[in-house]
Design a protein around this ligand. Structure first.
Ligand code: PLP
Length: 396
């Protein structure tokens, strides 16, 4: 009997080590990693420069406390603000926790601006985390089921639908923020239109609302820009980050700028571990290596290559509804549930994921080479073709 709480239907494989885009299992089998720990290991596995920096940091200082100055934290905040044009950063330990911080910020902002019942507009199919507040904001009935009562203060609208947000604006005076992923990951690799995002920015300016973007999955170079919102040329008021920021060392961040700047004061928010020297060194080294190795351009190029590869290999294959994404966030939507493909890919020594039941999700490391990109297509496309051709898989 396992003593692990039964929260995951785990695949029957355990890895002992990795190298770049490859993971090695206990029995020595090598797997091509097209998931990167769900958008975490942007630098791939065991990047030698990251390993050296972390080893040096571990040998010197892992943790102190946020009651002291932390130089690595100050440097990482400076770098993140340089990259985003934001003004200040709070460091947390995960995406959910960064998002909790952002939600607390909206509430505090409302209280300070005469709106003590601040409401946040959130999206259908959004994914913001599994703590109570982030779960309330998450647009998955399956994830929320059984956890009522959840915190209130959210108004849900369809994604990419400006008119829906405008209707809420007309009807609900307590709105204080709009919160979205500019590219929904768990929601099925859906990219928001740039014009929609620009219109949201204008609406937020007109209304005095905060525009908040959850870049936990799509940030840190994955879409082919440092941050997904940069494709639309907008400037958010609040940005949350996690996943790719620490290359696997847990770290999350809430960035605030513009009107949101200065919302929190001493005592309003805090954390024991968040932003400790080890986590921030991981963040600094990750950002440095992404830049040094040109990994953002690589993400854009390899993403296009993989999408083009699938477009050619799955051309006119009935059952393949769409191939979409941005950079190295890639979705292949089928017309039927396809969770079983995850196991089939594993048997072909390829690590993938399926979300929204019928969308194959690929999130390879940013270091992926052209050869490895082609190998993802070569391993997966035949499985997809066979899957949609198999009579027992035909959609009802
Ligand atoms: N926000 C987004 C967009 C995510 O994709 C996720 C996780 O998948 C989260 C938040 C939650 O992050 P974490 O699992 O680190 O709490």
């Amino acid at each position: 009997m396992s003593h692990l709480m039964n929260t995951y239907a785990r695949l029957p494989v355990a890895f002992t080590h990795g190298n770049g885009a490859w993971l090695v299992a206990e029995d020595g089998t090598e797997y091509l990693d097209a998931l990167a720990g769900i958008a975490v290991n942007g630098l791939g596995h065991a990047h030698p420069k990251l390993v050296a920096a972390l080893a040096e940091q571990v040998g010197r200082l892992i943790h102190v406390s946020n009651v002291y100055r932390i130089v690595e934290q100050e440097r990482l905040a400076d770098r993140l603000c340089e990259l985003t044009g934001m003004d200040e950063v709070f460091f947390a330990n995960s995406g959910s926790e960064a998002n909790e911080g952002a939600l607390k910020l909206v509430r505090m902002f409302g209280h300070k601006h005469g709106n003590p019942e601040a409401q946040t507009i959130v999206m259908e199919h959004a994914w913001h985390g599994r703590t109570l507040a982030t779960l309330a904001a998450t647009g998955s009935d399956k994830a929320r089921k059984g956890f009522d009562p959840l915190p209130s203060g959210f108004i849900r609208v369809p994604y990419n639908d400006l008119a829906a947000v405008q209707r809420v604006a007309a009807a609900e005076p307590r709105v204080q923020a709009v919160w979205l992923e500019v590219l929904q990951g768990e929601g099925g690799i859906r990219v928001a239109d740039a014009e929609y995002l620009r219109a949201l920015r204008r609406l937020c300016d007109e209304r005095g609302w905060l525009l908040m973007v959850d870049e936990v999955q799509c940030g840190i170079g994955r879409t082919g820009k440092w941050f997904g919102y940069q494709w639309a040329g907008i400037q958010p008021d609040v940005i949350t980050l996690a996943k790719g920021l620490g290359s696997g060392v847990p770290i999350g961040a809430v960035l605030a700028g513009g009107a949101a700047r200065g919302t929190f004061g001493p005592g309003n928010h805090g954390t024991t571990f968040g932003g400790n020297p080890l986590a921030c060194r991981a963040g600094l080294e990750t950002l440095r290596l992404i830049e040094e190795e040109g990994l953002i351009d690589n993400a854009a190029a390899m993403g296009s290559r993989i999408r083009a590869g699938f477009a050619a290999a799955l051309k006119r294959v009935p059952g393949v509804v769409a191939i979409r994404g941005q950079g190295l966030m890639i979705g292949i939507e089928l017309d039927r549930p396809c969770g079983d493909l995850v196991r089939q890919a594993l048997a072909s020594r390829l690590l993938i994921n399926v979300t929204q039941e019928r969308v194959i999700r690929l999130l390879p490391p940013l270091v992926i080479s052209a050869h490895e990109a082609d190998e993802i297509v070569a391993r997966l496309a035949p499985l997809v073709r066979a899957f949609v051709a198999a009579p027992e898989q035909r959609a009802a």
